[in-house]
Design a protein around this ligand. Sequence first.
Ligand code: NAD
Length: 249
Amino acid sequence: MTDKVLVTGGAGYIGSHACKALRAAGFEPVTYDNLCTGWRQAVKFGPFEQGDLLDRTRLDEVFARHQPVAVMHFAALSQVGEAMREPGKYWRGNVSASLSLIEATLAAGVRNFVFSSTCATYGDHDGVVLDETTAQTPLNAYGASKRAIEDMLKDFGASDGLRAVIFRYFNVAGADPDAEVGEFHQPETHLVPLILDAIDGKRAALTIHGSVVAELMSFRDSRRESGGLRACHEQARTCPLPYDQLEIL
Ligand SMILES: NC(=O)c1ccc[n+]([C@@H]2O[C@H](COP(=O)([O-])OP(=O)(O)OC[C@H]3O[C@@H](n4cnc5c(N)ncnc54)[C@H](O)[C@@H]3O)[C@@H](O)[C@H]2O)c1
């Protein structure tokens, strides 16, 4: 029987590409998504279960139906401006929602967990090359909510043996070379699509305040996420520590 992986946010930009990569790696991705920023038509590589992470009854039902071997957690609110205006939305929609998911994961007996975090957890470190050990000093509720989820994963690793792999991305850019899925954020806040829209005449201009040094990751790199899953399995066999961090730059 094909192993299933529960992919939260599988109807979104990165989650839908992860589903494709999982399918290619021999897993069956089960998308769990409330479609608040995602798209039903992006769910092409496995079953779709509509639901909100805060709905614990629905989560338990989905875990019981599919019995996944692992969870990949992409579902989140991720607009920095909105997070600064409405921090409560981010603490509830990211932190409380992730706690609900982690508890449902453990209750279902699943111990492998891949979490899509962000380099917004670092804040500003001028002139410093960031690595996994750089201090995390987020500047807004988006980054702070993601750092809090990382902390939760460490705590549940120590208490319940949850094996978590964390990816802290910079901007992700590009789309599936087969054009089966792509980026369709509304509103769009990411640099590369905004540049392309300006070139295409869809927006009058693109104004950058200050200087921008962008770290971009393409989907060829992000497919290493299915590698994250392998890292979980590998840890289970070889590593006494319940917790690990990986970073893609
Ligand atoms: N896109 C980037 O450049 C980037 C960079 C760093 C980190 N990330 C992180 O990667 C993840 C995915 O980003 P994305 O660009 O694909 O975002 P996205 O908005 O395209 O996808 C997020 C998905 O999660 C779903 N969702 C949100 N809240 C939910 C909830 N409570 N319950 C169920 N589903 C919910 C949305 O409907 C959407 O389909 C996010 O966690 C984000 O913080 C993205």
